[in-house]
Structure formats: C-alpha cells, structure tokens
Design a protein around this ligand. Structure first.
Ligand code: GN1
Ligand code: MG
Length: 362
C-alpha cells in the first residue's frame, strides 16, 4: 500500500526500505530510505479523524512556504514534496499522505537535557512566528477548529464527566478534583478571548521538543510537524514549551514524583523566545508569559482526562490506564509549575529589564 504512494512521487518502492518513525500520538510516520542511505524521506499519513480537511493543511503550508521563500529565502522551511502531478497531498484508499525530504544529519530528542536545547528550540519556534509577523493570518485556514480553545476543552471535559462509564469516573476521581481545582485557568482564558487582549499570530501549536530538528552539536535547525500551523495566540507555543521542556521526564512517565519544573530551563526558554520575538511581543503577551505555562499544562491534562473518561477514543494508547496516567502526570506538572510561578515571574522580569533597549519596548 505504501509502495503505491511512493510511486506517485516518482519513487520506485522496491529500492526503498520503509520503517516506522517517531513517537507522534496522532499521525502515522515512516522513514523511507534507499539502499545507500543517500536518498531519505519522511512519509506521513494524516489522521483524518483528527484533521477533517487535510487539504487545508497542505494549502496553509504552501502559502507560508511561498511567503518565506520570497521574504526570507535563507530560512530552512521543510515543506512537503510534490507528486509527479504536482499535488502536495495524496489520497489513497480514503487515506491522506504526504512526503517530506529528510533533513540530512538532523536528530530529534524526546526530553530536554540541557539549557542549550531549550534555548535553541524556543529560539526556533519564536523565529518561525517572528518571520511571519507581517504575513496576514487571515490567509490561513483553521486546520483544527477549537484546537487550543480552552473554553471548548473545558466544556468537553464537563461533558465527559456527565457521560463517563461509572468505573472510569471512580478511578479518575482525584484527577477530576484537580481539574476542578484549577478551573480559574480556564476563566482567565475566557477573559483573554472576550477582551481581545492579545493578537492572533501564525502559531505552530505543537512546540514539543521532538518537533525541532537539531544538528549533532544541538544547534536548532528548523521546526517540523506543521499540521496545526494556523492563527492562534503566542501563549499556545510558549506554554507548550513550558509543558514539555521544564520537566526532566515527559508526559509518559508513570512515576509522578519525577515530574518537577526546572528553573534554569524556564530561563532558557525565556531567553530563546525573546531573542527572536523580543521586538514584536506586546506588553500584554509578556504579562501572560508565565500564565502560558499553566494554560497549556492545564489544557493537556484536561484533554488526556477527557479522553480517558470518553473511553480512549482520541489518543493512541498502549495500556488500559494510559490516558489517566498522562493526565495525572500533567496535573503533577501543573502543581509543580504553580508552586514555582512567583519565581518564574521574577526570572522573566529580570531578563526583560536587561534586554537591549530595542527589545524592551511595546
Ligand atoms: C498530539 O501527535 P503529536 O504528538 O504531534 C496532539 C498535541 C498534544 C500531543 C501530546 C493534533 O501531538 O496537541 O499536545 O499529542 N496533536 C493533536 O503529546 O491532537
Ligand atoms: Mg503534532
């Protein structure tokens, strides 16, 4: 089946070795390599239950690619390759696929082990939004409606509580209590939207560390996984970095005593982000920088918990309590983040006050 897809890109499948690749929870990904390893690609199947209009993903990426080619030709933007008849996405047996070039000598990592990795990744994600600051977000389509809409996510959680299987409700008791305890995080989000406190920008919406390609010296090369690139708030990208870089162990860790935030990584995220976005970030966006972490950690905890209560219909799981373990992990992270918030604000304020004057505007 995958062979048929490769042929549409003009590749003779028998010359290539196809191997499962990466740890994404939504799409299927394979690495495609020829015998000499000189020709390598990433093949991806789009999860159509999640992305209802896959063509919109291709269209968004094409528009952004064209803009970057014109205004920032030096920027490494990894966009899908065209088939022999010029499409960037193909349908086969009612499934959608695309093929990317594999960036030579690049590596991905699953957890942040050094401040350099956090700085480089934050700089890469910030550079992406910064270079697109003058690109009108109205040109982009929402590839996933309500994706980071915390009000929607919170309502989905409340709905799941109403309809959940009683046994799952019981097992998830403590997580549900936590979700209720941190409700104010959702209220703050409602106000941000209602009062239009911050601008829409081109946002990546999945800034986990495995979505950065590094070189062997851990310099950031580029951002990948562009399915959720669409208009959004910077708190999504900033917050997802906090969610996925601050703890030495990721959302899969079952021993939640290991889930703690690291101050030096927070500092590196701030420095990396401001190194690119410092001149355009608004005062209100800066004021919401620390909130961003709570926003994304809380939303991800709710999403895992909601999926557990709904009977595991969204995220790929490998054992019965998987989504609940992930939710509890994220609530532990939220507790640790909450306890560190005051300190994080001080670190942020200090960095901002030391920025070169042109960064210290807005
Ligand atoms: C999903 O599949 P992946 O790993 O790119 C999810 C993100 C979550 C993440 C949690 C479309 O991303 O929002 O943060 O899992 N993407 C979608 O690991 O739901
Ligand atoms: Mg993704």
């Amino acid at each position: 089946m995958l062979n048929n897809i490769l042929s549409k890109f003009g590749l003779e499948a028998t010359n290539y070795h196809i191997q499962k690749f990466g740890g994404g929870l939504i799409n299927g990904t394979w690495k495609v390599t020829d015998g000499e390893k000189s020709d390598q690609f990433i093949l991806q199947q789009i999860n159509k239950n999640v992305f209802k209009t896959p063509q919109d993903i291709a269209d968004n990426i094409s528009k952004i690619g064209a803009y970057l080619d014109l205004h920032h030709p030096e920027y490494l933007f990894v966009s899908p390759l065209a088939t022999t008849d010029g499409s960037y996405i193909i349908e086969d047996n009612d499934e959608y696929y695309r093929l990317f070039p594999y960036v030579k000598n690049s590596i991905t990592i699953d957890t942040v082990k050094s401040t350099q990795e956090a700085f480089e990744a934050a700089q890469q994600f910030a550079r992406f939004t910064y270079l697109l600051a003058d690109f009108s977000v109205d040109h982009l389509t929402y590839t996933f409606k309500g994706f980071h809409d915390l009000t929607t996510r919170y309502n989905q959680f409340r709905q799941a509580v109403k309809t959940a299987d009683p046994e799952r409700m019981l097992v998830a008791r403590e997580a549900i209590e936590k979700a209720n305890l941190y409700q104010d995080v959702a209220l703050t989000y409602e106000n941000i939207v209602k009062d239009k406190l911050i601008p829409f920008r081109v946002i990546h919406h999945d800034t986990k560390i495995s979505n950065i390609l590094f070189d062997e010296s851990r310099n950031g090369l580029c951002v990948i996984d562009l399915d959720t690139v669409m208009p959004g708030y910077c708190i999504s990208d900033i917050g997802d970095m906090m969610r996925t870089y601050l703890s030495p162990y990721n959302e899969e860790e079952r021993d939640i005593t290991k889930i703690v935030v690291r101050e030096e990584i927070f500092k590196a995220i701030v420095e990396g982000y401001f190194s690119e976005m410092g001149t355009v970030i608004t005062e209100m966006e800066r004021n919401l920088f620390v909130y961003a972490g709570k926003f994304m950690i809380y939303m991800q905890a709710l999403r895992f918990l909601t999926d557990y209560l709904n009977g595991d219909i969204y995220y790929h799981t490998t054992y019965p309590e998987h989504n609940l373990v992930r939710a509890n992990n994220q609530f532990a992270l939220l507790d640790s983040y909450h306890a560190a918030e005051g300190r994080f604000q001080q670190i942020l304020d200090t960095i901002i006050s030391n920025l070169p004057i042109k960064h210290n505007i807005a």
